[in-house]
Write a protein of this length. Structure first.
Length: 270
């Protein structure tokens, strides 16, 4: 089984793949678009994409890609993110004048980096920053990435757990061409649009409140080509196969201009 992810070997997304799927073959991709295309083309059976971080918020690009492609969410995984300050062998922390990493990683370590008194530079990926550092052989530069990235590229960890908040988790979604019928406690993700009129969102949300359905996530995104109109993404507890959830979606369809179920899948339990 081959699973696609965005980034270089050693990226947090690859770590999440091993945590969710076990010992499988991974396919690094340059972009999130390529992850989706790999699944659509059957080059990979699944893709694993980050959808939100407990500190940095949602990854909006992936919400847009979920709508753009005819794929299904089939699982979720929560990864505790622990950032490491990584440098070339025998480099000391006092030698570091510049730190490179993905923008989210830099943001999650902003307080630590200010205290360190270094310049920061954004690059395309956390594990990629370690790869770039090794290729450059810059002894005044460090990267922020995972322990696994340091091990893969045979680099030195100067300090581990440098994130400003220990409650740093990323939620990942597993995507596939075919939907599943999940067992146990289940989540469902949907996206819909509404008429731009007073009370529209209240009526849409009321279909869940009337049935005591727990909403775990609400996200709005601009509707491309229609300024000041929005897509609404919602996660709720329940599966489309359940009578209560099905009735709620039928009720919602009376208000929604467009309604699409992105997938029902087992709720992650760490």
């Amino acid at each position: 089984m081959k699973i696609a992810f965005q980034g270089e070997p050693g990226a947090y997304s690859e770590q999440a793949i091993f945590g969710y799927f076990g010992d499988v073959e991974t396919q690094p991709c340059e972009s999130f678009d390529t992850v989706f295309e790999s699944v659509v083309s059957d080059a990979c059976e699944f893709g694993l994409i980050p959808i939100e971080n407990s500190l940095a918020g949602s990854i909006h690009q992936n919400y847009d890609l979920l709508l753009r492609h005819d794929l299904h969410i089939v699982g979720e995984y929560l990864l505790r993110v622990q950032h490491c300050l990584i440098a070339l062998p025998e480099v000391k922390k006092s030698d570091i004048k510049r730190v490179i990493s993905h923008p989210q990683a830099l943001g999650q370590c902003a307080g630590y980096l200010r205290a360190l008194g270094v310049k920061v530079e954004q690059v395309y990926d956390t594990a990629g920053s370690v790869k770039l550092l090794k290729e450059s052989a810059a002894r005044d530069t460090a990267a922020i990435a995972s322990r696994r990235a340091a091990e893969i590229y045979e680099m030195q960890i100067l300090e581990e757990g440098i994130e400003d908040n220990v409650e740093n988790f990323t939620r990942f979604l597993a995507i596939a061409k075919e939907s599943i019928i999940p067992n146990g406690e289940t989540k469902t993700s949907i996206v819909f649009t509404l008429k731009n009129q007073p009370g529209a969102l209240f009526k849409a949300l009321s279909v869940f409140a009337l049935r005591d359905i727990d909403l775990t996530k609400i996200e709005s995104r601009p509707l491309q080509g229609k300024p000041w109109e929005y897509l609404f993404y919602i996660d709720f507890i329940g599966a489309t196969q359940e009578d209560t959830a099905r009735k709620a979606l039928d009720h919602l369809s009376e208000y929604a201009l467009m309604l699409r179920v992105l997938g029902s899948y087992p709720r992650f339990k760490g």
